[in-house]
Design a binder for this molecule. Structure first.
Ligand code: ZN
Length: 142
């Protein structure tokens, strides 16, 4: 598949995932359940499995953090910067983007950052806070 087609494909995955997360945060888990079969083994699934009955605040936190990452990725697509490493400016390999569609760093830079101890636990390197919980809660009120 051409890189451009792959990007379009990833974009639709991200949009679907974003919508599912938005619904889940609004209390509707049906979309997220649907997606589980398509993308097994991510952190949301793990959290979901462990707290089937009780949708914990921890899960909500993971979801809103992932949602922010996805929105950031979609913004980057719009700006034509998607798939470009934020640190070195190099191309993030397609395989990595498929594994982690909202990756903002190539694996080398990610590792380097982790080794230097300033990378935190997430993969997102964005600085704009506005894409985070604030946006989500505002939308939930609608
Ligand atoms: Zn890099």
């Amino acid at each position: 598949m051409a890189r451009k087609d792959s990007l379009l494909n990833l974009r639709s995955i991200l949009v679907k995932r974003r919508d599912a997360l938005r619904s889940a945060l609004a209390g509707d888990l049906s979309l997220l359940k649907e997606l589980r079969s398509e993308s097994p083994g991510d952190v949301v699934d793990a959290a979901y499995d462990s707290t089937q009955d009780e949708i914990s605040s921890q899960l909500a936190e993971v979801e809103s953090r992932e949602l922010a990452s996805i929105e950031n990725a979609l913004e980057r697509m719009k700006a034509g910067k998607y798939g470009q490493c934020e640190v070195c400016g190099g191309r993030i390999p397609m395989a990595r983007l498929h594994a982690l569609p909202y990756a903002t760093m190539c694996i080398d830079c990610k590792r380097m950052l982790e080794r230097s101890g300033s990378g935190g636990s997430g993969d997102q390197g964005f600085s704009e806070e506005e894409a985070g919980e604030e946006t989500v809660s505002r939308e939930l009120e609608l």
